[in-house]
Design a binder for this molecule. Structure first.
Ligand code: FES
Ligand code: FE2
Length: 404
């Protein structure tokens, strides 16, 4: 984080802590229509217009370290295969044979020299090319060249692998914009995947994701945990293009350090702001990430059914041989889960409630503007004209987006 950004964030924290009203010119945010949370029609629009058109975290480099390594990602709703090819490149394909749609792999991960469909034995190279067809003599004019596995875009940020089903989407780094530069300080190439765990929650993605986009709830939900050390009234928010955002919440005591991280090895390049504040990013649409100098928890939100979702939590820390992993990690992850469970335990009851007639819409405040920003981007991805008028959000935050 450069000196100008650091100065701007410090000034913003001081400004936020001292203000007695919303900043001049901040618009009244129109209510977010309730239908966006519960109407199957809107969830369907999101499925095609948003989830299929966004960069989504698929996994870590280390899961495909060697040529021939592969893993399957099912979270996007369509099984997608991520493969390290013989040249060391990363590729992703639909796990769908070009004959009659048989799955190429049925396990979650593995190592192979190519893929042989379990249905009629068509075989493909790691780069997706169709290589052999059983009883080829029975096909008339089968053109192998146009029967390769269908690719899915696959790009990386450090060791993080992202996929995108939209062939026309901007490149990952272009989509991330200033966020990618800012994450440089965490030396993502030098981090290892320390721990991963998934939790199913009985609510939709937005019901839970929204909780992580604001700190307005700290005094209620986290009164015995996060509220003790974070001062939510000093929170400085930055909205970026493409729906991404950052929230910097100062510690109540400037010299406070999470006792659970004391003695853990640090990522050397981490700058002042994330060292002494709680910084949390939203990588649109479904990642929430509060990185620290000693490691990064990445929360990834995935829809499961009309009223259930999975949250995955991946932890990244400075690379060491696995047997040398710091024993403090266990307690660190447990502490984090304690706060996480405060949010996830409440969410199913919010879901139940918003499904009822008592929920008409949401009036969001200035502190909650990251949620509104998320919705504006959702409409841009889906295409405003595809959304019934009563379900749209009016774009009002453009002047509050940092485009520098
Ligand atoms: S479906 Fe794959 S070989 Fe027939
Ligand atoms: Fe929370």
């Amino acid at each position: 984080m450069d000196a100008t950004t650091t100065r701007r964030i410090k000034d913003a924290i001081a400004f936020e802590a001292a203000r007695t009203e919303t900043p001049a010119g901040f618009p009244r945010l129109p209510d977010i229509p309730a239908a966006r949370y519960v109407d199957p029609q809107f969830l369907e629009l999101e499925k095609h217009g948003l989830w299929k058109r966004s960069w989504l975290y698929a996994g870590h480099d280390s899961q495909v370290a060697e040529p021939g390594n592969w893993f399957l990602i099912r979270n996007t709703g369509t099984p997608i295969l991520v493969v390290r090819d013989l040249q060391g490149g990363l590729r992703a394909f639909y796990n769908t044979c070009r004959h009659r749609g048989g799955p190429l792999v049925t396990a979650e991960s593995g190592q192979s020299r190519g893929f042989v469909c379990g249905y009629h034995g068509w075989s493909y190279a790691l780069d997706g090319q169709l290589k052999a067809v059983r009883d080829k003599r029975d096909f008339v004019d089968l053109d192998f060249a146009c029967r390769s596995l269908l690719p899915v875009r696959c790009e990386t940020l450090g060791g993080w692998i992202f996929i995108n089903e939209d062939p026309d989407a901007p490149a990952l780094l272009e989509s991330l914009g200033p966020l990618a530069d800012e994450l440089g300080q965490f030396e993502l190439d030098n981090l290892m995947l320390v721990h991963s765990r998934g939790y199913d929650v009985a609510c939709t993605v937005k019901v839970l994701l929204d909780v992580f986009l604001e700190v307005y709830h700290l005094k209620s939900i986290h009164q015995d945990t996060a509220d003790r050390f974070l001062d939510h009234r000093g929170t400085a928010i930055t909205l970026w293009p493409h729906g991404h955002s950052r929230m910097v919440t100062p510690n109540r005591r400037p010299d406070w350090i999470d006792p659970g991280t004391r003695g853990m090895p640090e990522i050397p390049g981490v700058t002042e702001i994330p060292r002494i504040n709680n910084v949390s990013y939203n990588i649109f649409p479904n990642i929430v990430m509060p990185p620290t100098a000693t490691g990064i928890p990445m929360l990834v939100f995935w829809p499961l059914t009309a009223n259930s979702m999975r949250i995955e939590c991946h932890w990244f820390g400075p690379k060491v041989p696995t047997e040398d992993l710091n024993p403090l990690w266990e307690a660190r992850i447990r502490n984090f889960e304690r706060i996480l469970f405060e949010d996830t335990e409440f969410a199913p009851q919010i879901q139940e409630s918003v499904e009822g007639p008592g929920f008409k819409g949401m009036p969001l405040n200035y502190q909650e503007r990251r949620i509104y920003h998320w919705h504006e981007e959702a409409d841009r991805r889906i295409g405003r004209d595809r959304i019934p008028a009563e379900m749209r959000v009016e774009p009002v935050l453009d002047d509050w987006v940092d485009k520098s």
